[in-house]
Design a protein around this ligand. Structure first.
Ligand SMILES: C[S@@+](CC[C@H](N)C(=O)[O-])C[C@H]1O[C@@H](n2cnc3c(N)ncnc32)[C@H](O)[C@@H]1O
Length: 234
């Protein structure tokens, strides 16, 4: 399995991720809401099973979305759902590593109005996160936006415990246990530029964005150890 695929069986992802992470839908909805509904060209990094793609295509009726994921089975799964929802003509899935794009070894287009990502970029090292943010900044049109949802590195051991308790309580409220969900989680090995979680603090993410040319940075959503953050280029 590749880092980020999470579940051994891709068909378990959509239910499993909602049990594993608090407020998954609310978090993705926050990204969609941060995109102007008139947005036309969108790049999504690490689209997985296409849940964020679906929300964006619904919110932005004129959007053409290029979705990148290095996992063939995730892209296939997403494609089926996008086609079933009637969005085939507005969605292009590309099987590629977004680390290659960050390193200018892959072209995806240069003039996007928005770049989005959820639960994927935290698999990169901090050095690659910075390169990726710079690449995103370069590829956005003036006034373009980037919004990313990711787990963040807890600010201290006490905060780590609090974030962990919040996740456990959420999972129990869903009528399951972390142990039950973990049974469905597969074991991944490093792949391309990604490996298991390489979390950074929210403060460090914001610094990287500022250093990558984002003129306004913001955190439109946060719930314990999960955050949506990003900003605008001038
Ligand atoms: C946890 S899933 C999240 C999927 C989706 N964005 C969501 O929120 O449901 C992370 C996805 O990122 C992809 N991914 C991780 N690192 C990647 C990389 N370097 N290049 C392309 N895709 C990557 C994985 O294959 C996986 O589909």
């Amino acid at each position: 399995m590749f880092p980020g695929e999470v579940f051994a069986n891709t068909a378990d992802f959509d239910t499993g991720i909602r049990h594993l992470l608090p407020r998954y839908d609310e978090m993705l909805d926050a990204i969609a809401l941060c995109l102007p509904s008139t947005t036309k060209a969108v790049l999504e990094l690490g689209c997985g099973t296409g849940e964020l793609s679906l929300k964006i295509l619904k919110r932005c009726p004129d959007a053409q979305l290029v979705a990148v994921d290095y996992s063939p089975r995730m892209i296939q799964f997403a494609k089926k759902k996008i086609h079933a929802a009637g969005y085939a003509d507005r969605w292009t899935g590309i099987e590629a590593d977004f680390g290659d794009w960050a390193n200018h070894a892959l072209e995806l287009g240069e003039s996007f109005d928005a770049c989005v990502s959820s639960l994927a970029i935290h698999h990169l090292s901090d050095e690659m996160k910075l390169k990726l943010f710079q690449r995103i900044g370069e590829s956005l049109n003036p006034g373009g936006v980037f919004w990313n949802a990711d787990p963040i590195l807890p600010e201290s051991p006490v905060m780590q415990e609090i974030y962990q308790t919040a996740r456990e309580e959420w999972t129990l409220q869903q009528g399951t246990t972390l142990a039950e969900i973990r049974d469905k989680i597969g074991k991944s090995n490093p792949q391309g530029y990604s490996s298991q979680d390489q979390l950074a603090t929210l403060t460090s993410h914001l610094k990287m964005l500022t250093n990558s040319g984002f003129t306004t940075v913001a955190i439109p959503w946060k719930y314990y150890g999960l955050a949506v953050f990003g900003g605008f280029v001038g």
